[in-house]
Every structure is written in structure tokens, then in C-alpha cells.
Design a protein around this ligand. Sequence first.
Ligand SMILES: Cc1cc2nc3c(=O)[nH]c(=O)nc-3n(C[C@H](O)[C@H](O)[C@H](O)COP(=O)(O)O)c2cc1C
Length: 191
Amino acid sequence: MIYETIVISIDAENNPHIAPFGVRERDGLVLIAPFRPSTSLDNLLYSHNAVINLTDDVRVFAGALTGRCGWTVHKAEKINGYVLDGALAHKELELVEVKEDPTRPELYFRVVHEVNHAPFRGFNRAQAAVIELAILVSRLHMLPMAKIDAELAYLKIAIEKTAGEHEREAWSWLVEKIENYKAAMSGENQA
Ligand SMILES: Cc1cc2nc3c(=O)[nH]c(=O)nc-3n(C[C@H](O)[C@H](O)[C@H](O)COP(=O)(O)O)c2cc1C
């Protein structure tokens, strides 16, 4: 089972870096597996610490893929790191094992500290649709445009029926990114 989370890592100057990652639980440890190259991977290998944030604000996921990363954070309690303001829950992690791989290394963390800040309010289809579109956007260069268009048309139904303001905003950022990508591709083809 994979849970979609927001991982906050820190660089050598202690600056927070915010990125979505699907994490797994294995034998009591948390597994994060970044594809190379990745700023998060560099940071995690450097600092050995991470915070995973569970949030229903899907703008943070869409923002990370569209150059909007200025979310406010506060200091973690037990490790050197940062927690996303407004997260429903967070876990503070320490790196215990690295399984090296040229494409996608596996990083195993132990949970040092975890806090629930607010209750889970139930599933929302528009939030799931934004997460799905965010994943497609993170793979734009690998997927045929017809697949993106078909999935976008289907996911849009959940947005139209069930979205709130945050979901609509996140959705609009991702759609804009797809449109810009399409325009750049058609420009390249004409040149
Ligand atoms: C919901 C979601 C889950 C993701 N999970 C992963 C993951 O497990 N591994 C990965 O390499 N990228 C994943 N990505 C893509 C990264 O977030 C994206 O490539 C990001 O820019 C990480 O690169 P960075 O560390 O250089 O910022 C995911 C994206 C989304 C939207």
C-alpha cells in the first residue's frame, strides 16, 4: 500500500525542500524511493532526516509540480527539519538504511516522533482527482498526449461535482502546466 504524502527535506543550508512522494511501510520502517535525479534524494542522503506530512490541501501537491513551493512551515520537534503548517498529521523520520540503485534507490527511515494535528474529514473525489492529475503531470514527458487528454476529461467530472476552492485552484495550475507543455511541443514540431 502506498500513501501519497508531502516530504520535507533540508539542504546543507537548512532550507526546506517540499516535494510529493508516495511512501510505503515495510517492517515498521517508512520507505521513500526517489527516482534519480532528485533534490529530495540529495537532501535526504545528506541530512539523514525527513518529515512526512499528511495533508488534504491538494494545492501543496499541485504546487510542487508547478513551481509554487512557498508554503509556510515550522520547526520539527525531535529532528532537524520542518513541518508543513496545516498538516493533518506529520511524522519525523531518521534514515536507517539505503538500498542503492542507479535508477531508484530505496531509503528506509525509522519514525522518531509523530503527531496528529487535526481529524481526517472523509474522502473527497476532487482531491483524489487532483492527486491523479499531479502524477500524470509529473510524467508528462513519458506519456502519450492522447492518454493525458482522456484521463483529464474523466478526472474533470469529479472536480465539477465535488471540488471546493482549494481543489479548483490546484486543478487549474495543473491544467495550465499541461497546456503550456502542449504549446511548447507543438512549437517544437513546427520549428
Ligand atoms: C502524488 C505524487 C507522488 C509521487 N511519488 C514519487 C515517488 O515515490 N518517487 C519519485 O521519485 N517521485 C515521485 N513523485 C514525483 C516527485 O514529487 C517530483 O518528481 C518531485 O519534483 C521530486 O523531485 P525533487 O526531489 O527533485 O523535488 C510523486 C509526485 C506526486 C504528485
